[in-house]
Write a protein that binds this ligand. Structure first.
Ligand code: ATP
Ligand code: MG
Length: 581
């Protein structure tokens, strides 16, 4: 929590201090009120002097009004500071997550990042607001009440010195047991929301497979678990009120009892006894609030730790400084992309998703990548656009290692069509112009036409301004794929990586897409990943992947002769006369 406050509190320091100062004024007023009431009883009521009663009554009203004004200012400042800081923390988190590499995000997991940006920041906001409003108030009221009581009469004050620690001890024991449970509730809540999210996202599949029953049971189990913990906390807290009230009322009995004798003996006034009882109540109430504060701060600081974990994560993909323009690139005679003995595994160690992969992709040429499921094709594609860095080996673009490039520059030169087509809510235009925000309509249509997506867009009402719903759900799978291909082509990339991007296209459309790519004036080099031989057989080179290793690299004819795996794949998908050779 401290670290987070050091980072985000400074802009709000003045407001926070003012808010706390306002609260301090309120505390002083609260502390003198019982004294005034005592005076009212002793000089007013006892002497039947209505004038004194009214005068002191009016004073109480004035104090209450002024106190109200200060409270109002404090609440307002607390709200401004907590909301403002919450927004700042969210912005910082969002910005930082954007800078993290794919490997870092894998490590946290998307659902956890979502919870951190939303729920955890909320907890922090609550803690900050409570801190401003309560941190000054209740501890000081408790202390002040005790001191005031002791000043009135030290002997009667002994009752305080016995009751207060007793009540505090009860809170200590109960809180000590509940706080770990509160933490557990948070974690269990995470599980409940994860299951909810999973099931809702996959609701169609769940229905199609008739798994509603299982999913309900899974949810019920998690919800039950969370409920049980919450009930356990409830049971503990249920002890709190009766016990503390018992102690307090015993204290009041003691005060009235001994107070009565002292009043009789003339060493104490009735008003002072009343003041004692009032201070006693204030102490009790404040201990309750302090306990509440402890809970809120515990939750807040757990959340702050989770937020700081993300903010302190160094992006694993460090930005370089090399800024190369498309024009420079066109001049170079080196391969557009080269892999040199590249190995990679997710999470750094463990099983290799790719091992010892080498190839060169000359400018303007095409490389087909084929291999079974899980053979490392998508991994190769992600490495080529530097979503991850290889564990071993070197990847270079136009002769320069990828890490030397400024990411922005690299991404404008090398574009990817990911295996899972993803569109964001907005319009067709807003989705297509990611790579080049100022792209003209002509450029967008050109990309659409190359991606065989012209009809998709022109048949939608609004054309380029047709709405796209979150996740692109108002487009079919194939239409989404074509739109993401068009998006990758906007802004004239020099290398395009198509990761199984034509899987939802029919053979004829797929063939037209490849031809259109080749026919582009100044066409980019392309890596075409596919499980279909037909999609890669006409490529300049074909890389055959098998369990992350290169099983063959060459042209279709070469591979038919030299690579058993390739020949097998061909014969399983094509008629012998289509295979050729
Ligand atoms: N984010 C990830 N975290 C951990 N392991 C992963 C991750 N992505 C892929 N893998 C593993 O890496 C290996 C290669 O996966 P990859 O996605 O590259 O296969 P692929 O050839 O693209 O398969 P497909 O044809 O099904 O798309 C697989 O064993 C997979 O389990
Ligand atoms: Mg894949």
């Amino acid at each position: 929590m401290g670290e987070l406050l050091r980072a985000f509190l400074p802009p709000y320091r003045k407001k926070t201090l003012t808010g706390m100062a306002c609260k301090a004024v309120e505390v002083v007023f609260d502390l003198i009120t019982p004294m005034i009431v005592a005076r009212m009883i002793d000089s007013g009521v006892a002497n039947r002097d209505l004038g004194v009663v009214f005068r002191l009554g009016a004073l109480l009203v004035v104090l209450a009004l002024i106190g109200y004004l200060f409270t109002f200012v404090c609440q307002r400042l607390a709200a401004t500071v907590s909301q403002g800081m919450g927004t700042d923390i969210r912005d910082a988190l969002y910005h930082h997550i954007g800078e993290l590499g794919a490997a870092d995000i894998d490590r946290f997991g998307t659902p956890s990042l979502v919870t951190r940006v939303t729920n955890d920041v909320n907890q922090i906001q609550v803690a900050i607001a409570m801190g401003i409003r309560m941190l000054i108030r209740w501890p000081f009221i408790a202390l002040g009440s005790i001191v005031a009581a002791l000043l009135i009469d030290a002997r009667l004050g002994l009752v305080f010195l016995v009751c207060t620690p007793a009540i505090a001890a009860v809170f200590w024991v109960v809180m000590g047991r509940s706080i770990p449970l509160f933490r557990a509730i948070q974690v269990k809540l995470d599980t409940v929301s994860r299951i909810t999210r999973e099931t809702l996202e996959g609701v169609r599949v769940v229905r199609a497979f008739g798994r509603e029953g299982e999913e309900e049971r899974r949810f019920a189990l998690a919800a039950r678990d969370q409920t049980d913990t919450a009930i356990a906390v409830g049971r503990l807290s249920a002890v709190l009120n009766p016990v503390t009230f018992l102690i307090m009322n015993l204290g009041v009995v003691a005060i009235l009892w001994t107070g009565a004798y002292r009043v009789d003996a003339g060493s104490l006034t009735q008003g002072e006894v009343m003041a004692f009882v009032n201070y006693m109540t204030q102490v009790l109430v404040s201990i309750g609030y302090v306990a509440n504060l402890v809970v809120v701060f515990t939750r807040g600081s757990a959340s702050a730790t989770r937020v700081m974990e993300v903010l302190k994560e160094e992006p694993s993909i460090a930005d370089g400084s090399l800024n190369v323009s498309q024009a420079d690139i066109n001049e170079r005679a080196v391969p557009a992309l080269s892999f040199e003995d590249v190995s990679f595994s997710y999470g750094g160690e463990g099983e290799r998703a790719l091992s010892h992969v080498s190839f060169e992709l000359p400018a303007g040429s095409t490389l087909g990548v084929i291999g079974g499921t899980g053979s490392g094709k998508s991994t190769l594609a992600s490495l080529a656009v530097r979503l991850y860095d290889p564990v071993e080996g070197k990847i270079a673009a136009w002769g320069e290692p990828l890490p030397t490039y400024e990411l922005k520059s690299l991404r404008s030169l090398v574009s990817i069509v990911p295996q899972r087509a993803s569109l964001l809510s907005g319009t067709v235009r807003s989705n297509l112009s990611w790579r080049k925000p100022q792209a003209t309509d002509d450029e967008l249509w050109e990309a659409l036409s190359c991606a065989q997506a012209k009809d998709v867009v022109s048949s939608k009402e609004g054309g380029l301004d047709a709405p796209v719903e979150a996740g692109g759900t108002n487009f079919s799978g194939g239409q989404r794929q074509r739109l993401t291909i068009a998006r990758a082509l906007v802004g004239d990339p020099r290398v395009v990586v198509l990761d199984d991007s034509a899987s939802a296209l029919d053979y004829a459309t797929d063939a037209r897409l490849r031809k259109a790519l080749k026919d582009l004036p100044n066409h980019p080099a392309a890596i075409i990943v596919s499980q279909r031989v037909a999609a890669v057989m006409s490529a300049d080179q074909i890389l055959v992947l098998d369990h992350g290793r290169v099983a063959g690299l060459g042209t279709h004819d070469d591979l038919l002769r030299s690579c058993d795996i390739y020949r097998e794949i061909c014969l399983s998908q094509l008629k012998p006369e289509e295979v050729g050779a």
